[in-house]
Design a protein around this ligand. Structure first.
Ligand code: MN3
Length: 235
């Protein structure tokens, strides 16, 4: 019997023993489940130039977002009873999460969720808001330019790191902000458009000039995605 055959035989015997209740058997180490991964970027790093530069896109996606994913997976590994839950389910019910990993999931899970949305909310040469979304946006904020002004004013004033959002709170469209990587989901709000104002999102190109970054960001907002997301709301 070769060593390989011997190992195979041992494995079979172990498996058979494991099937017998109470039998002394070594429990095989299960393949670790890695629940979350970096979603594919729907464009190349340089496709949003000159508004968002390639280097910022690359670092933001491959380093920052990847770190949120890795740390979220570590938190899930530490509380395996959460394995298989969607990111939306985890973030919507933060208070029901085990205390041990609640903060890690809030921060890193929030980072993963927010960035996964953020990449999809960017596109060069998008068409403008339309359909029911376009109508409701106008009814709530005035014309598109009025909305942009109100949103920009709120986003520029966020102290420290966080996000500005257009959400639906169950009654209508609102502009709101969240600190750090908190997400509107945790307040029961449905995010439609989000702007990352962490310095890592703009510092390489825009340095400390957040207002310039916001001005450039409007040129690459994917209104088609937002319009579509509004139409799918509640479904
Ligand atoms: Mn970011």
């Amino acid at each position: 019997m070769t060593r390989r055959q011997a190992l195979k035989t041992t494995a079979l015997v172990t498996a058979a023993a494991a099937a017998v209740p109470g039998a002394m058997a070594q429990v095989p180490v299960p393949t670790p489940i890695i629940p979350f991964s970096l979603p594919p970027l729907p464009y190349g790093f340089n496709d949003l130039e000159p508004y968002i530069d390639a280097r910022t896109m690359e670092v933001h996606y491959t380093k920052h977002h990847q770190a949120y994913v890795d740390n979220l997976n570590k938190a899930i590994a530490a509380t395996p009873e959460l394995t298989g839950k969607t990111i939306e389910a985890l973030l919507t019910h933060l208070n029901s999460l085990p205390e041990k990993t609640r903060t890690a999931i809030r921060n890193h899970g929030g980072g993963h969720y927010n960035h996964s949305l953020f990449w999809q909310m960017l596109k060069k040469n998008s068409s403008l808001p339309s359909g029911a979304f376009g109508d409701d946006l106008t009814k709530t904020f005035g014309n598109l330019s009025d909305f942009k002004n109100q949103f920009s004013e709120i986003a520029v004033k966020i102290f420290g790191s966080g996000w500005a959002w257009l959400t639906h709170d169950g009654k209508g469209l609102i502009i709101e902000t969240t600190p750090n990587q908190d997400t509107p989901l945790s307040a029961g709000h449905y995010p439609l458009l989000g702007l990352d104002v962490w310095e890592h999102a703009y510092y390489l190109k825009h340095e400390n000039k957040r207002a310039d970054y916001i001005g450039d960001w409007w040129s690459v907002v994917n209104w088609e995605f937002v319009t579509d997301r509004y139409a799918k709301m509640g479904s």
